[in-house]
Design a protein around this ligand. Structure first.
Ligand code: FAD
Length: 378
């Protein structure tokens, strides 16, 4: 498979020449940054993508997560990646210095996510789901919740998830039946089933923190009765992590996303699943829209990233496979085949869908497609 998965030149062209990203450093929040620090972030993302993530892409695709004795086993690189992303500040990158973040503009952290997603999409979802879940706690949780959960999530020790979907409620979240019963101990007793929860259980992290939607007993019907709770897979008791009665019932594999487990979870089988209310009761869906909207952007970014990697893989394949004959009639040897009008159109279309608005840019010097003149470095 091709070594190349994105065009760094195009990414930098977009960031610096089209969007003038360094201009944002005029705002106090980003004042510590500069073009140099942006370049450093992009270079480091390229290094992680090239050296850690891309080499494991095929292996992770061929060996999806396994469900063994009620636990989910994932590729061994996941633990290393979470650690690397934690230590490198990637999980908390957009957040403020005092919360352990880097105050990196979203445009730059998004560009870095694009690089990592193009290198290995399913590996990239582990840290970036954690970012979204931690952001929910930062936005709507209490100071104690922030202190208890966010540092461990930013460090990559604990995985974060969004746990909304249920077997009978996908689009129609109004119909969720997971319940949260108040106790006089400050927590809620949670009971129910969740399905399709990305990274909902795995051995690449020491704990999984679910940002879960549930209905408090007696809540109004429909979406107006949905609350958000933190439901840890393991809860802290006397300084020890103990089981919180969140059990994995099974996993699913998804095409194009086979390196990450999609889990079915069962809470409260032993009446001992504790949830901690985030913000106010019945406002859970409104809170969750923060993460859903971020996920929508990330899914779009991921799709463009996968298209970019697919473009370079198919370009390399086409260039290594001489076939057909040249227009002048001589047999094809080198350079190879992508030269007929229809294949040129196809290449241009793939190139434009994976590379964005600079689609009019000419192609790499070694590409023989007649529609795209030479622009070295593309
Ligand atoms: C890759 C992937 C990762 C996911 N990760 C998570 C996760 O981490 N956490 C989580 O909670 N969930 C996750 N999900 C689940 C996701 O949230 C649901 O798939 C989504 O909400 C849609 O629900 P559904 O699959 O049950 O489809 P359905 O709700 O059954 O929808 C099926 C089709 O019917 C259409 N439809 C539904 N209702 C109506 C209507 N009223 N009118 C007209 N058309 C309608 C939909 O548009 C769709 O085309 C993930 C899904 C995928 C694909």
């Amino acid at each position: 498979m091709a070594d190349k998965f994105i065009s760094e030149r195009n990414l930098r062209f977009l960031l610096y020449e089209v969007f003038d990203a360094p201009k944002i450093t005029q705002y106090p929040y980003y004042a510590e940054h500069s073009r140099e620090s942006f370049d450093m972030a992009l270079d480091t993302a390229m290094k992680i993508g090239k050296n850690l993530m891309k080499p494991k892409l095929t292996e992770m695709d061929k060996n999806p997560p396994e469900f063994v004795n009620g636990k989910v086993k994932v590729h061994s690189m996941v633990r290393g990646l979470m650690k690397e992303c934690g230590e490198g500040g990637w999980i908390g990158a957009p957040f403020s210095f005092d919360l352990g973040g880097q105050q990196l503009p979203l445009m730059i952290s998004g560009a870095c996510r694009f690089i990592l997603s193009a290198a290995n999409y399913s590996a990239s979802v582990y840290p970036f789901l954690t970012t979204g879940a931690a952001h929910l706690i930062l936005s709507f949780g209490s100071p104690e919740m922030i202190e208890s959960y966010v540092p461990k999530m930013f460090s990559g020790e604990w995985q974060g998830t969004m746990a909304m979907t249920e077997p009978q409620a996908g689009s129609s979240l109004a119909d969720i039946t997971t319940t949260a019963e108040p106790t006089d101990q400050g927590y809620y007793r949670v009971k129910g089933q969740k399905i399709f929860i990305s990274a909902g259980d795995h051995d690449g992290a020491d704990n999984v923190i679910h940002l879960m939607l549930a209905k408090i007993k007696g809540a109004p019907a429909g979406v107006k009765g949905i609350s958000m709770l933190i439901v840890p897979q393991k809860r802290l008791e006397n300084g020890q992590l103990v089981s919180n009665d969140v059990n994995t019932a099974g996993i699913y594999h998804k095409l194009g996303y086979r390196g990450a487990p999609i889990t079915q979870l069962s809470m409260g089988e032993n009446d001992d699943c504790r949830g901690y209310l985030v913000g106010e009761p019945h406002k859970g869906l409104m809170y969750m829209f923060q993460m859903m909207n971020e996920a929508r952007i990330d899914v779009g970014l991921g799709a463009a990233a996968i298209a970019s990697a697919a473009y370079y893989a198919s370009l390399e394949y086409a260039q290594q496979r001489p076939q057909g004959s040249r227009e002048e009639g001589s047999p094809a040897k080198t350079p190879p085949s992508p030269r007929s009008p229809s294949s040129s159109m196809r290449i241009l279309r793939e190139c434009s869908s994976s590379s964005g608005p600079w689609w009019k840019a000419p192609c790499r010097s070694s590409c023989s497609a007649p529609c795209m003149p030479t622009w070295p470095g593309f």
